[in-house]
Design a protein around this ligand. Sequence first.
Ligand SMILES: [Zn+2]
Length: 229
Amino acid sequence: METANPFAGTLPLGQKLTGLKKLASDPAFALEIGKAAEHLVCADLIIQGYRAFLSDQGLPYDAVVDINGRLIRLQIKAACFPRNVNAAGKNERIAYNFSVRRRGKEGQSRLTNSDCDIVALVALDIKTIAYFPIGVCASTVQLPPPGYISNVRSDYGWESIDQFPFASALSNDASLYERLKKASRYNCANGHEMTETNSFYARDGRRRCLTCAKDRQHRYNATEVSHVS
Ligand SMILES: [Zn+2]
């Protein structure tokens, strides 16, 4: 279970953390955080009228939903609080961050499209869940909190975490996930993957490919040299 931990090592002396902040502050509580998220998802689905169950330990999915005898497998990911996901850049971008494709204790193995059907992304502080078909998820999914307005709004083409109902994930609502894909831009125009290490935010607030920027710089330098000689 992958959990964001914004409070690790930042606790001022003498201040006592309580509740979710306390859970988020210590990796020893990862199991509790995971359990809380799993129960929230099951409760959310049962209240909507679905037949939902928690699965056994050791399976690549955390819950199962029975849709008229068809079993839908759910992988559940939790984040305690949103954080600035552009800490290296100038402009703050607040989002819940989920490492969707990480699996296992150390996150060493990869969650594939055949391991589960739907991913449930849980924001524990606001008890809100976003449901995605596994097929549309890249390695990381970042979702802004409801109503959050970033000063780099252009980067938030996708909806906030409260806009992804289970029914849409179940029906593979194409228009909804097309918007998500377009906004998150996992590959640049030249096909480089836009990972956290291979991208940066330019002055206009847009995300750019680092490999392409370096290539441009090399070409520019090469022309400069040839002009001199
Ligand atoms: Zn590129």
